[in-house]
Design a protein around this ligand. Structure first.
Ligand code: PRP
Length: 208
């Protein structure tokens, strides 16, 4: 038996679709009610739907064997597992963004700037690599509010369609990284359940 950890929300629909396309009966995942644990009826596979960061936790702790999660979450929280496949959906970008009329100010002067973000590790790494000293402030949602309220000089966030930025008068200052959904595998499962993992990854890779 293998157990999958799937990310609910933004990439959930495409994740279930790719399971279907690979020949897995994911019917329980499309009609799920309040249930949390699902069976793939035509294979020896169980699946859970979880928040992205929890997918990483379940894979790292070995209670799930294979996960499907965004590269954004991997970059923020990921440490110890194998990333084996780029699924090419859930495509978006990490960007540094700020108010449209404040871009020049952001690059001027030597004072330490405040950066608001839901992804403090990604932001910290980016500014460290670029040798820029910033103060990172963690915000849990709708981070676009931070520069509007005057809390920060810019934000580091995920941009998908760009409409949240646009509707709030913000623009991209710099692109940091491109992200998409990935398949990750627990370090022990890749050896101990080699055949099952190969079978699953192989079937998925043939339809992407
Ligand atoms: C993400 C992100 C942006 C928005 C970008 O937030 O943090 O706010 O989506 O998408 P867009 O470019 O297509 O407009 P999410 O919807 O996950 O919610 P949150 O801000 O409440 O965390």
């Amino acid at each position: 038996m293998i157990r999958l950890a799937l990310t609910k929300g933004r990439i959930e629909e495409e994740t279930v679709e790719i399971l279907h396309k690979s020949g897995y009966d994911a019917a329980e995942l499309t009609d799920k009610g309040r249930r949390l644990l699902f069976k793939i009826k035509n294979a020896d596979i169980e699946a859970v739907l979880a928040k992205a960061a929890d997918v990483i936790t379940y894979i790292e702790h070995g209670v799930c064997d294979i996960g499907i999660v965004g590269k954004d979450t991997i970059m923020e929280y990921g440490k110890s597992f194998y990333e084996v496949l780029d699924l090419n959906f859930g495509k978006c970008r990490f960007a540094l963004a700020g108010l449209k009329d404040k871009e020049k100010d952001f690059y001027e002067g030597y004072s330490q700037k405040v950066i608001a973000t839901k992804y403090p590790n990604v932001a910290k790494r980016y500014f460290t690599e670029n040798g820029v000293d910033v103060e990172i402030v963690k915000i849990d949602g709708s981070v676009e509010l931070a520069p509007i309220l005057g809390l920060s000089a810019a934000i580091v966030d995920i941009v998908e369609t760009g409409s949240t930025l646009k509707e709030n008068g913000l623009v991209i200052y710099e692109e940091i990284a491109r992200v998409s959904a990935r398949v990750i595998v627990n370090k022990a499962s890749i050896k101990l359940k080699k055949n099952e993992v190969d079978e699953f990854v192989g079937r998925i890779s043939r339809v992407i």
